[in-house]
Design a protein around this ligand. Sequence first.
Ligand code: NAP
Length: 306
Amino acid sequence: MTSRLAVLIPGGRGQLGRELARRVGAGRNCLVHAPGSTELDIADPDAVADVVDSFTEAARDAQLRPVVLNAAAYTAVDAAETDRTRAAEVNTGGAAALAEACRACELPLVHVSTDYVFPGDATEPYEPEHTPSPRTVYGRTKLDGERAVLASQARAWVVRTSWVYGGRGGNFVKTMTRLESERETVSVVDDQFGSPTWAADLASGLVELADRATRQQGPQRAVLHCTNSGRASWFELARAVFSELGADPDRVRPCSTADFPRPAPRPAFSALSERAWIEEGCTPMRPWRQALSEAFARDGGALRAR
Ligand SMILES: NC(=O)c1ccc[n+]([C@@H]2O[C@H](COP(=O)([O-])OP(=O)(O)OC[C@H]3O[C@@H](n4cnc5c(N)ncnc54)[C@H](OP(=O)(O)O)[C@@H]3O)[C@@H](O)[C@H]2O)c1
């Protein structure tokens, strides 16, 4: 299904970007260009226009179907509270620059966003149509980025995800594997709920969507949610990580958000509904617990690495 695709992946050295490059690279005859932030700063509109333009030309010369899959973002949620200007330049300005370049070159854009656009006071998974109301600078700049993409004339898909982990970069699952080896007990919050998502599964879903995007014609603007299915608290996820490590899950102790104040408040409930993803015709994502087992089976060494 992914053959003959050409995929430009800004943010190609990040946690998701590396999984996307790996996934596209596994397709026969596919072209992947995955620049890191030093090769392509998405906050620089001229650089974005140049890179998208030359990528498009190379892809069309090779008779491949080009698409941009944006994995670049300012993701330091707490730091963004005081580094507002840069967070906005990247998450809002960068998204707008990519959308404009995609419009100019007539390329589809798949843009990744976040559950943090929601306030986190729901009790059932958020649908794409639910009114966003971010409570952090990171969430606000990401929502403004979504709006810039959707307001552009590019053929664009905004895909929100949540609680991403993988073998590369820093994430909760890797932190828990480290703490398991360092401490007898670990306290983890049991009053925040979301959908843990393995970066490799997310990458598969996004590449499937990107492939479909290159086959469709006409205007397109959609907001979709893509996470592993089901929900958990951070406490439940930590216990599952300990189980995967062969450690006693009872060494993980529940605590509350009030015990761990952070500069940027975390949503209490930010699970995302898969309904629109499935209605779009994309393959349903597997349950988060199965994905975690598969992640340890495939990438256990990297998940354990310090
Ligand atoms: N991780 C999660 O739990 C989570 C949850 C929901 C949504 N998301 C979304 O998923 C996407 C991927 O996130 P991730 O988990 O892969 O985060 P990540 O590992 O921090 O990757 C983000 C990448 O973007 C790059 N970047 C930052 N500023 C840039 C710029 N101006 N130009 C180009 N690249 C830039 C970073 O490069 P440097 O390191 O060199 O700065 C980094 O490699 C983001 O849109 C994020 O908002 C993530």
